[in-house]
Design a protein around this ligand. Sequence first.
Ligand code: A3P
Length: 296
Amino acid sequence: ERASSSLYRFPLLPVRGIPLMNHIANSWDTIWAFRPDPSDILIATYPKSGTTWTQEIVDLLLHNGDADACKRAPTPERSPFLELVAPPPIPSGIDLMKNMDPPRIIKTHLPFQLVPPAFWENKCKTIYVARNAKDNMVSYYHFACMSKTQPEPGPWEGYISKFMRGELAWGSWYDHVKGYWKEREKRNILYLFYEDMKENPRCEVERIMNYLDLSLSDEVISRIVELTSFEIMKENPMANYSCIPTHVFDNSISPFMRKGQVGDWRNHFTPEQSKMFAEDYDKKMKDVNIPFRTLI
Ligand code: A3P
């Protein structure tokens, strides 16, 4: 246990200025050279902005809402994590994909400029999900407490500073959401918001369906909306990350499926922290007009 626990809390190393876990940084050439199939679908997010939720929606859409088919394996096996490299016996995302037939639903947290260029050469469909910065940070903080793959988050106050300085794994939230936003038209990226998915899940499920050139019955769409609700996914062992051993994801500290709400930041930010954060946010985001909502 002691020997294995030393494998966790991976240090971060910069790849072209973006802090990534050491195993990922050390395998960077292989990741950068990855060639997807043109039919593969990329789901790109900053960590904790609705990745797992979107993976479940897309898998159900590709399986015409068949709940059993989407319980064939846990999320990370059904939908490989492109840049994941971890100590044995965990297979890398790229190794997993070698045994899967396209179209594969590929997850990535890489910022736009680090996505392997073959995704754009092959015109792969790409869905980006963005979540408002404050809720995204709260969720990431709780995840860093429970997940031994993350560096120690430290106290909340200092975590806010690390987030603002772009020092967390996968770098700056600000640059991440902007990077995909600026490329969305040129690269035909479907840019979604967590808050819209929460407010009107059916509308967003239909947008994803249309983007993927699928046409499912109203009844199947309703079923997918139901199956991908927070309450149902939280109880689904193939979608709630209970597959990860507790010495890696300690659900007693915070469950992976934690709250699934918009506005939980109000329970974490003091008024002073909110003010300080907002002033910095306005400076960092003044060059774009991305319609984020912190409440619905
Ligand atoms: P909270 O920590 O705020 O609860 P990711 O999949 O990108 O790691 O994001 C995880 C966040 O999405 C967690 O947020 C998790 O609870 C939330 N989430 C997962 N499935 C969800 C669903 N079906 N509906 C709403 N939120 C969901």
